[in-house]
Design a protein around this ligand. Structure first.
Ligand code: DGY
Length: 313
């Protein structure tokens, strides 16, 4: 398939780059001093775009590629793709669901444990000599807590399954009520937050869910509440989150995602009641390779005129 031009939008994984290079003519959007200039020269050759959670396929990119047939994103999230435009132009879209569910939900539990048990602060205490002067302050127990999950999709359900093993009581709010035996459903995010101690944000980012965690939800969670976000930064009103954490209106937060990545709001850097990660939910050796294989397999299926493995459109 060397005659097929594939455009990678940003460096994602060396393995993915190598796999694409072996099969297609690979263009790297970030290698040119002026992406638009480079695009005009290569546009006619590009039939596929591989994007990710940093740079996907927005309307400008899609408009500049007249022969684009497929967008294969190296992520489960679709918020960086102009799906409407893809629909209009008949461009196929694939993502990488399922293969990353375990890693993201493992990390969500990790963030809850790190926040409640103050793992990062404990590490600093043990490694900076403070231990000599006395014991570390008491932390908060995780097992048996009431947890709320915003979005009971693949990742939300996997978080619930893991939390069950910790003896947690599980509630959720989702677009649709699920048939679940043991989980309590709330019809809105405020009621969910008011009835749990740890709120996990695991829904996808759409126009409807942007800032679903607003001031009202944060205040309902309260000064002893913990917010864990492994979904997307813009699901939470970050300005409100920062004020609530600084003013003690929210207990603590474990965040893998931010509104304007890679920007982390400055006031958060000073706080002890936060655990901050650089959007690494899927970043394990195993899962990044499996995701890359799925991206490539979807492209091969498309260009060999076979059924796509994980089609979105
Ligand atoms: C994805 O793949 O969309 C997620 O951001 C993983 O963290």
């Amino acid at each position: 398939m060397e005659n097929v031009g594939v455009m990678m939008t940003t460096p994602m994984s060396a393995y993915l780059e190598q796999q694409l290079q072996q099969r297609f003519t690979l263009f790297k959007l970030w290698e040119s001093p002026s992406p638009t200039q480079s695009l005009t020269r290569r546009a006619d050759l590009v039939k596929a775009v591989v994007g990710d959670t940093k740079i996907g396929a927005d309307s400008e990119l899609i408009d500049s590629l007249p022969r684009l047939e497929i967008v294969s994103t190296y992520s489960v999230g679709l918020d960086k793709i102009d799906l409407e435009k893809c629909r209009e132009r008949g461009i196929r879209v694939t993502n990488t669901p399922d293969v990353l569910t375990e890693d993201v939900s493992d990390l969500a539990i990790g963030l809850a444990l790190a926040s409640l048990r103050k793992i990062c602060a404990c590490h600093a205490f043990a490694t900076t000599g403070s231990w000599k002067n006395g014991d570390f302050q008491l932390a908060t127990k995780f097992s048996g807590k009431s947890i709320g999950i915003l979005g009971l999709g693949r990742i939300g359900s996997a978080i619930a399954k893991r939390a069950e093993a910790f003896g947690c009581n599980i509630s959720y709010h989702s677009r649709t009520k699920r048939q679940t035996k043991n989980y309590r459903y709330y019809s809105n995010a405020v009621d969910l937050a008011a009835n749990c101690q740890i709120l996990f944000v695991a829904c996808s980012l759409t126009n409807e869910t942007r800032h679903i965690v607003n001031r009202e939800v944060i205040d309902a969670l309260g000064p002893r509440g913990v917010l864990v976000n492994i979904g997307r930064g813009a699901l939470v009103d970050e300005h409100e989150l920062v004020s609530a954490l600084c003013e003690g209106r929210l207990g603590s937060a474990g965040l893998d995602v931010f509104e304007n990545e890679p920007h982390v709001p400055e006031p958060l850097l000073e706080l002890e009641n936060v655990v901050l990660l650089p959007h690494v939910g899927t970043d394990t050796v195993e899962t990044s390779m499996t995701m890359a294989d799925l991206v490539v397999a979807n492209l091969e299926c498309h260009f060999l005129k076979k059924r796509l493995l994980t089609p979105v459109i």
